[in-house]
Design a protein around this ligand. Structure first.
Ligand code: KIV
Ligand code: NA
Length: 263
């Protein structure tokens, strides 16, 4: 199968083909995810939670993400490699660019950052310098202390309106992918319809252009109570490969997320 590129993701949205994305932090899983047909591999700062045992993503460093990005890139997956810019590494456009260069040298093909309107100049600065950008809106975990906890976002009329403003600002600044996390399904649906770039939902309903989950969550190996939007695809599956294939199939045919996974 051919390499998945940013224009290919756009073409998938336009063709109505759902995008299957998972987090990935090492070479062995990168090879496996690739064999199972995962379109986008995200080196998420969720590695702070699932690999490092932190209670938030805030302690994750740029070197941490660069190390795991290099591990994933060595597997040369056909899926697009997206790496998170960690907390505190994109406070100014110049910082964001220097941080992105480190991740792209490690093998990232797109970087992801959390935030809306206020980040528009930063996104434009990156895009002008050939750094493809994925924006992340809704429950952005780096803002946990600003939010006062991990809470569903965009529930009020004002919150939903701001989400739409932020999504448009990111698209207008040149972002080519948008993750929507823990927002009401109806709100994610109207954001998706209002913009032209692909949206990737996590706890954002089935009307997004694709879905993402944290690998350890969908394999049922993260300790503690999973979030509402998580499905354990390992339950009843004969192998890890079968679980990942089932996830890809469920995303592609629109059977995941189900009503029980959405807000
Ligand atoms: O870090 C991460 O895993 C993420 C996804 C949940 C979107 O940002
Ligand atoms: Na993240």
């Amino acid at each position: 199968r051919p390499k998945i590129t940013v224009p290919k993701l756009q073409a998938m949205r336009e063709a109505g083909e759902k995008i299957a994305m998972l987090t990935c932090y090492d070479a062995s899983f990168a090879s496996l995810l690739d064999r199972c047909g995962v379109d986008v591999l995200l080196i998420g700062d969720s590695l702070g939670n699932v690999l490092q045992g932190q209670s938030t993503t805030l302690p994750v460093t740029l070197d941490d993400i660069a190390y795991h990005t290099a591990c994933v890139a060595r597997a040369q997956p056909r899926g697009l490699i997206v790496a998170d810019l960690p907390f505190g590494t994109y406070g100014t456009p110049a910082d964001a660019f220097a941080s992105s260069v480190q991740l792209m040298r490690a093998g990232a093909q797109m970087v992801k950052l959390e935030g809306g309107e206020w980040l528009a100049d930063t996104v434009r600065f990156l895009v002008e310098r050939s750094v493809p950008v994925c924006a992340h809106l809704g429950l952005t975990p780096q803002s946990v202390h600003a939010f006062g906890g991990f809470k569903v976002q965009g529930k009020t009329e004002q919150g939903a309106a701001q989400l739409l403003i932020d999504a448009r600002a990111m698209q207008d600044a040149g972002a080519q992918l948008l993750v929507l996390e823990a927002v009401p399904a109806a709100v994610a649906s109207s954001v998706t319809n209002a913009i032209g770039i692909p949206t990737i939902g996590i706890g954002a309903g089935v009307d997004c252009s694709g879905q993402v989950l944290v690998l350890h969550d969908m394999l049922g190996i993260f300790p503690g109570k999973p979030a509402r939007f998580v499905k354990d695809f390992m339950a009843g599956a004969p192998s890890i490969a079968a679980a990942i294939e089932a996830y890809v199939k469920a995303v592609k045919d629109g059977t995941f997320p189900g009503a029980e996974h959405v807000f």
